[in-house]
Design a protein around this ligand. Structure first.
Ligand code: HEM
Length: 128
């Protein structure tokens, strides 16, 4: 039996796992390795803050996550297939290391946020 997500260090572990596979992914890898000049030292703590806020009920993330994606969506329209790959890799990264209530919460929240994000991006693209 795997442990559940309990600490910020646990979040750091599945996020590191996630980005290892994201960078190597044939569908969405290019976004992170070519399209965006990722500042990983800045990004990783931010995304860990994001998940700490959701999973550990500790509101350390103060940004609006949608904003970064609206900017990104202007460089490359964020299509359904990108969200499908993103979610698949996210779920695998969590399942590899953790199971339990928080692990399930991470996956269900990722899915609901991805659905809203796709809806917003698609609406913006249609309005252009
Ligand atoms: C097609 C799917 C997605 C792609 C390609 C994508 C890509 C990216 C990229 C390239 C950045 C960095 C932007 C920058 O620093 O310039 C970013 C930031 C971020 N992403 Fe995503 N993302 C996707 C979906 C999601 C989803 C579903 C979530 C949440 C569940 C999410 C949460 C975040 C957060 C919290 C940040 C940091 C925003 C900030 O505060 O600066 N992303 N994303």
């Amino acid at each position: 039996m795997k442990p559940d997500i309990k600490t910020r260090a646990d979040i750091e572990k599945f996020i590191a796992n996630f980005y290892d596979t994201v960078k190597a992914d044939k569908t969405i890898g290019f976004i992170f390795t070519e399209l965006v000049q990722m500042n990983w030292e800045k990004h990783i703590p931010l995304i860990v803050d994001f998940w700490e806020t959701i999973l550990l009920d500790h509101p350390v993330y103060k940004n609006n996550a949608m904003d970064a994606h609206f900017i990104l969506n202007k460089k490359v329209p964020l299509q359904k297939k990108y969200f499908t790959s993103w979610l698949l890799l996210f779920n695998i990264a969590v399942d590899d290391l953790f199971e339990g209530e928080k692990a399930t919460l991470a996956k269900t929240r990722a899915k609901s946020i991805a659905d809203v994000m796709f809806f917003k991006m698609e609406n913006t693209n249609q309005a252009l």
